[in-house]
Design a protein around this ligand. Sequence first.
Ligand SMILES: Cc1ncc(C[n+]2csc(CCOP(=O)(O)OP(=O)(O)O)c2C)c(N)n1
Ligand SMILES: [Mg+2]
Length: 1174
Amino acid sequence: MNLSNAKLGHVIFSKSLGYEYGCHNKTRRSLQVAATIFAGQINPGAYFDSLANGSNAVYIDRLYSKWWKNPSSVDESWDAYFKGKSRDFSTLSKPKKKESKPTANASRSVSATAGTATAAPNADWKYIDDHLAVQAIIRAYQTRGHLAADLDPLEIVGPTGHYLSIDDRKLQATRAVLRQHYSYSFNDLNALFKLPISTLIGGNEQFLPLKEILERLERVYCGHIGVEYMMITSFFKSNWIREHFEKPGSMNFTADEKKLILERLTRSTGFENFLAKKFSSEKRFGLEGCDIMIPVLKEIIDQSVKSGVESVYIGMAHRGRLNVLANICRKPIKDILSQFRTLKARDWGSGDVKYHLGVFSDRLNRFNNKNVRITVVANPSHLEFVNPVVLGKARAEMYHRGDYRGNKVLPIMMHGDASFCGQGVVYESIHLSDLPAYTTHGSIHVVVNNQVGFTTDPRFSRSSRYCTDVARVLSVPIFHVNADDPEACVHCARVAAKWRAKFHKDVVIDIVGYRRNGHNEADEPMFTQPLMYQRIRKMKPCTIKYADRLVKAGVIKMEDYTAMVSKYEKLCNDAFKESKKIKTFKNSHWLDSPWSAFFQGRDRLKMCPTGVNLKVIEHIGNVYSSPPPPEQKFDLHRGIMRILAMRKKMMEECMADWSLGEALAFGTLVKDGIHVRLSGQDVERGTFSHRHHVLHHQSKDRQSYNSLQFLYPDQAEYFVCNSSLSECAVMGFDLGFSMANPRTLVIWEAQFGDFVNTAQPIIDQFLASGETKWVRQSGLVLFLPHGMEGMGPEHSSGRIERFLQLSDDDQDCFPDLSDPDFVARQLLAVNWFITNVTTPANLFHALRRQVALGFRKPLINFTPKSLLRHPLARSPFQDFDECSSFQRCIPETGKAAASPDCVEKLIFCSGKVYYDLLREREDHQQEETVAIARLEQLCPFPYDAVVTEIEKYKAAELIWLQEEHKNQGGWPYVKPRFDTTLLNIDNEKRCIVYRGRLPNSASATGNKVQHYHEYREYMTSVFGGLTDANKARLKAIKNEKQKSAKHKSEASLAKAKSKQAAKKATSSSEKPSAKEPKKVSSNETKQAPPTDEPKPTEEPKKVSPKEPKQAAPTDEAKPKRAAKASEKLPKTINIVREVVIKPVKFPSPTKKHRNDEDSAAKTTKEAPDDPFEK
Ligand SMILES: Cc1ncc(C[n+]2csc(CCOP(=O)(O)OP(=O)(O)O)c2C)c(N)n1
Ligand SMILES: [Mg+2]
């Protein structure tokens, strides 16, 4: 091999390598590298290692710049090289001094590139063009080779993506790849070419004949694997891919490995064959045609376990699921087969079809001799919606294990071709991939691409070329592979697992196969895909083809293969016999998230108290209302300072508003070792700007402070995270997170409740019915901002009625109120809780109740908007203390309660409308005749509390008043339950009547006038019109208020003016020192925080002067309490937190929040007995 030629060839190639990096500067860098190689300082292979420090490159870069200005300023050899004129390497190695000086021509050739001269330099242009063409061809294969790859085992879809005749295939393929180059003619295909650093097809060879180059490229890029990776912007990563596909021998398998693939394939095919034989008419969504999926999954798991993975989460739909349970999870085949018979469940739950059930298993990975837990997450029929749930579960396990980089936990997502490109949730989930609070540090996606979705072929189901194009947004590799080439498939699996372990990024394997039968086994595919199925009928199963191949190659003997087949057949037959002995089964044996330790020895009807010691409240409140410690010099926004001051004031008054109530719930939970996670759009500040949990440094990027993370040194973590703008994927993710560990409180908050319907399948298929289908519990909380405040049809309603309609309590069944465990039993029996709380304290208790219960249920809580700052929507601290608890119904406590016999109307309501009623009742001076009771919990219906109220006001007319339209809100749900109540307490003569808005198909009017008109109508229907006396009284009050407001503003103006004058006087007398620490940031001079948040439009008319004064501490008590609390502030913790974007850092789990579940579940081989028996 001519080394000299090699050097030059390399230089020429590398000069045009710029497009590899995509910018001008990078062209220069490739030149530097080429020159470095040429100068013999490094070899091309070493370049990749040295690229990061690049000291040689810097040297050559300088040299090049020098030469550019003055060619004679560098050594002649460099001059010759930079001129690129010489092709005689013997000359170069022994430079002829005089000839190598820059000539006028050479200078001209340089300036010609600058466009100032026209004469071409003297060069062997054909030689240069040949090299450039080879380089372009290499790149063309790398970028477009997959278009010409032989991916379709049926050979129907041509390499250009169109349906072609077979004869056209090769021609089209070549054209597709060499589009721009096939017209270029080389003189000699045997000529040697120096390989550029952008390819590794040479292995240790730096020079190859053109013919060999083309053959190797064809083999790598247009064989049975189509590697789509050139969209990856990192050179390092794309080169890593080349190492695993281009390097000669990279796809070789040993004889043992080949045997293992065949053995796994035999199991995969054998299982489907067995089911087809025994249960020919049963739906099983067989894998035939993509049988290789099992060896692919096995390989991914083997490789991942080798690199440290201990837990694998698999999300998948119907196709091949039973096979995965049998051959990946090793669920006993007898149990799977028992699902084909009609068995009655021995435990609670309505169950699900066999191909939706979840399973988890701890097993030994024989390949590595290491233990691995494999979980297949139960899923509904709704394709792909399990994806975010799997991600959330995986992320939660990472959190609880302290696995910050995803080294121990791996999510694998199985997809169908039609659903992967068709379902939007795929895109929404994929987009969580790199978000710090949602990343799983890479997922492996496997598409079982049988080139059909039910009866629709891809020409009519997608516009993109590949079904995987949706994943291109991630800039990660996508491997398309022919399902009938087992080694190619397993190679892709191996590389995918290694990629994920190395880069912690997603990766996609698109297994292109076919579906041997119809969509399910009873379907006739010839109705709709006749030509395709004519071909499929002629296809030999992949397993048989591969066995033949191995026998021919002498890897195994035919009798070994037949023995392999019979062995598995026998195994299945034995399991079949065993399965007949199974007479009953338990839904809980198909559980994907056993919480065995949590349930062990627990009385599920026993609830822990939710109230806390007031000292704890004081401590948390004080930290929450304090700015970061002064030594941190945290530059706070002036508006935030005001908010903190307001919080402080509340602490002094021992009174909590909504924000404080919520913070106290979170703070007390993390104190108890419960991890709290609040996620959703803009939750850190809160849509309505009430929360402000994450304070931002006004002059330093990535500096933020979240006081709730620094309450106690041994607290669990409080995690609040703004999410991507997706409801479906994020809610699904948080649901998954909540399922991993019962000692977690996960809250997903909607921006406005109205938007929750974009996550409808997560609500319907998982939240509402997950427990009954899969005996799986979740304590996920949804915060759905709700309230008719004139904000229009899309900003008013979280659609209470829909959630209530999905509740599974029986409207006609009146419970046994004498049962001492009535409340807990009622909670245990229902599928979820629905609340619309009206006080901060009740919010506090509702949230704490989520973890105080002996079981987990979702909580749908409708949260207020205007109440967030409503002066009456506050709770005194004693409502949080040990004697307090969640109030499912808050009864009337005012004048009406004192003389119930005088009460003419008993109004039941729920939510924010209570405060409207309160004001109206006062305006109308009907406090003695109208009683108001609030249903804070709508579902399960608080029959006992309702009975108490009804029986107390014996003569009162019963009214349900709501601000929602009649066909919406609570009415459709409460009406039959009130009727049942009245019937059962011998009050048949009484009935409940409706007051509120008329039915409407929209949730609210968009017209403010209409909104107030509706409001006035239903209030008048209860209280009548205002009397003249009341009108006059209200007017007087209004005038009085206005007067005092005017007074107040004048006084504060005067105060501000005098302050300013005083400041001016002092500043003129003192010169500020340059070193003086800045006290106020530039932003602080700005006024209130951004006001883009929606404001409640219905301004409270007035605050009731008669509102009972909440117990305020005595004046002496205040300072004492504040001093005490500050003493307790942990002194050692570092308050200011640097926000780390990537990777996310979790605190190392404390003993408290490292859950006992994991350790217990690790030793559990099978799901526990009856964990959810009701
Ligand atoms: C959200 C949703 N829409 C429609 C269906 C009905 N359906 C079930 S399977 C299927 C075809 C899926 O095709 P593909 O994703 O290619 O998987 P395959 O069955 O081919 O393995 C359809 C449309 C469904 N289950 N879920
Ligand atoms: Mg399909």
